[in-house]
Write a protein that binds this ligand. Structure first.
Ligand code: NAD
Length: 261
């Protein structure tokens, strides 16, 4: 157990990548603060399951990542309950697809708030404690879209490119404080979000399930395979280890070769 006595806050961890990261950090012995939306009974099942399976403490914060006051409150709550926030995972994210001239203003504001500004607010709240203890890990889930664009995703691509800049800036500020700051940039990850799009896309485009997966979703991904949430989580665990202490300010691709081309 490499992370026993550490505490991790993982935003957007009631589902998908964030949940896999929370479980992987708990498996290594970290207490975890979950965050995100969902049915209360489902969240409680995950929270209680983590405590029983891994013998750590797990809490859930319903903080809305569009609300700076609630983000600061979530970090304060974790610090009060566990004594510290040593690992911060900025993972909450949403998507909306539209031509730029029709892009709804409220969707732009929401995506910039959740996918970019929330990371700033959480980092701002967590950094003083990390600096005072001389140890910390800040890891954001960016995306291949932090490096390359796709049409009709103006807000998402802008927010994810912003995460890249925020990561580099904060990494330089904290370089001599034992705190590393990185982002992971996955390609398509097999999450409920992606899986749920398949039947709709089959219908809309008149394609088979296999065609949707290979010709639509995996078209950009040379390996023709999805990244799994567990692979992203294993990368996070490595970045939290001492062996990774010289990795900082990096935007680390995990995209089956997408951004190599
Ligand atoms: P998901 O929909 O399964 O999970 C998103 C999480 O964010 C959920 O827990 C949800 O409750 C939470 N969330 C949404 N709005 C919130 C808000 N206002 N406040 C608090 N929590 C909120 O999605 P996922 O695929 O696991 O994505 C997680 C992250 O990974 C996102 O930042 C996404 O951009 C990024 N990502 C996903 C993929 C992919 O293909 N799935 C690829 C690259 C990057």
């Amino acid at each position: 157990m490499t992370l026993a006595s550490k505490t991790a806050v993982i935003t957007g961890s009631t589902s998908g990548i964030g949940l896999a990261i929370a479980r992987a950090l708990a498996r290594e012995g970290a207490n975890v603060m979950l965050n995100g939306f969902g049915r209360p009974e489902d969240i409680e099942t995950e929270r209680g399951g983590i405590e029983r399976e891994f013998g750590v403490r797990a809490l859930h914060s319903a903080a809305d990542m569009t609300r700076p006051d609630q983000i600061a409150g979530m970090i304060a709550e974790a610090q009060a309950a566990f004594g510290s926030v040593d690992i911060l995972i900025n993972n909450a994210g949403v998507q909306f697809v539209s031509p730029v001239e029709d892009f709804p203003l409220e969707k732009w504001d929401q995506i910039i708030a959740i996918n970019l500004s929330a990371a700033f607010h959480a980092i701002r709240a967590a950094v003083p404690g990390m600096k005072s203890r001389g140890w910390g890990r800040i890891i954001s889930t960016a995306s291949a879209h932090s490096k390359v664009a796709s049409p009709f995703k103006s807000a998402y691509v802008t927010a994810k490119h912003g995460i890249d800049g925020l990561t580099k800036t904060v990494a330089l500020e904290l370089a001599t404080h034992g705190v590393t700051v990185n982002c992971i940039s996955p390609g398509y990850v097999w999450t409920p979000l992606v899986e749920n799009q398949i039947p709709e896309t089959m219908k809309a485009r008149g394609l088979t399930r296999e065609q949707v997966i290979n010709d639509v979703l995996l078209q950009a991904q040379p390996t023709k395979q999805f990244v799994t949430p567990e692979e992203v989580a294993a990368f996070v665990v490595f970045l939290c280890s001492d062996a990774a202490k010289q990795i900082t300010g990096a935007n680390l691709s995990m995209d089956g070769g997408w951004t190599a081309g």
